[in-house]
Design a protein around this ligand. Sequence first.
Ligand code: NDP
Length: 248
Amino acid sequence: MGTILITGGSRGIGAAIVKRAVADGHSVLFTYHSDRAAADRLVAECDGRAQATRCDVADPAQIAAVFALADSLKARTGEPLTGLVNNAGITGGFARVADLPIDTLRGVLATNVEGCFVAAQLAVQRLSTARGGAGGSIVNLSSQAARLGGGGEWVHYAASKAAVDALTIGLAREVGREGIRVNAVSPGLIDTDIHATAGDPDRVHRLADGVPLGRPGAAVEVADAVAWLLSDRSSYVTGTIIPVSGGR
Ligand code: NDP
């Protein structure tokens, strides 16, 4: 079926996407950043269908090295790259705009925007039918914060995810005729470690009061939407941003 490259696959939503992609019959190459032990545990769970490599997506050279690894896997196994999931992302912590250190802003943009952009660029170079590829699907992890603005705690994060939305829509228009679909999944409140940066362990459940379905989402519920976008069942879907937000 081909190989799916998933960034930030060691835990949270990324780990759920890795497991779901393996269950759907894909080979998976995923990246971790700091948590080698979690990545190793996940590889062991995936029965030889997934492998992990370290990558800081804020560093374009490290992303290029991951794609070079995907190229060598293709040469060895014959399985081409068929999809990319740009999942790695950070909040940069919580701060009002007036108090945000410029280095925090730069770090969030380098990880969430530049990392996503560079990985998409390298994927297009391999997937494009105009360049000898077989086409494929790119899925970016956005956030409902892109629409809501993140006011009062993380405008910097919201702005980075709004850039991901624009990249998704624009790239979809650019490469549709080259056999590549580009979509985003836009989660609302999902119960993962990302909320730990708030320093408030009850944050997720407190915020769930504002969710029409009355609870935070689970990582697997986001992975289901990503799996659909990676599959041929979404073959006429491109340039969309699909909320997985419990109605929020
Ligand atoms: P987590 O914090 O649980 O996991 C983040 C993942 O990204 C980890 O695998 C981590 O690797 C990796 N990562 C972090 N920094 C980098 C980096 N510089 N380079 C490469 N990988 C990195 O986050 P979630 O699972 O909650 O979030 C996944 C995606 O979904 C993110 O893009 C996030 O913005 C988005 N999202 C999440 C929401 C939520 O409520 N949880 C809501 C809306 C969007 P390691 O563990 O090895 O450090």
